[in-house]
Design a protein. Structure first.
Length: 115
């Protein structure tokens, strides 16, 4: 099983980024997909999640209205569109595939919001 994130980088406050996570080795549509992030010195926190078929999404309150999670099961890929980025969004963003007691993780992609 492999989850590979991409799309991170340096962006100015107020800017946007779109993260992608490509999955292989799993029946992708069976898994809920989630994005987490971890800032330096802080615990990993849930950002957003989406059900296997994509019909249900959920967000941590501080991301609502700014971040959008989506998935393309034909491409085995989940996305995180991040708008109105703030310096406090700086973190390593991780992709997670979840099914019952099974969790798979990507290696993470760095997002830095700074002027």
């Amino acid at each position: 099983v492999q989850l590979v994130e991409s799309g991170g980088g340096l962006v100015q406050p107020g800017g946007s980024l779109r993260l992608s996570c490509a999955a292989s080795g799993v029946t992708f549509s069976s898994y809920a997909m989630r994005w987490y992030r971890q800032a330096p010195g802080k615990e990993r926190e849930l950002v957003a999640g989406i059900s296997g078929a994509g019909g249900n999404t959920w967000y941590t309150d501080s991301m609502k209205g700014r971040f959008t999670i989506s998935r393309d099961n034909a491409k085995n890929t989940v996305y995180l569109q991040m708008n109105s980025l703030k310096p406090e969004d700086t973190a390593v963003y991780y992709c997670n595939a979840h099914l019952y007691l099974i969790d798979y993780w990507g290696q993470g992609t760095q997002v830095t919001v700074s002027s």
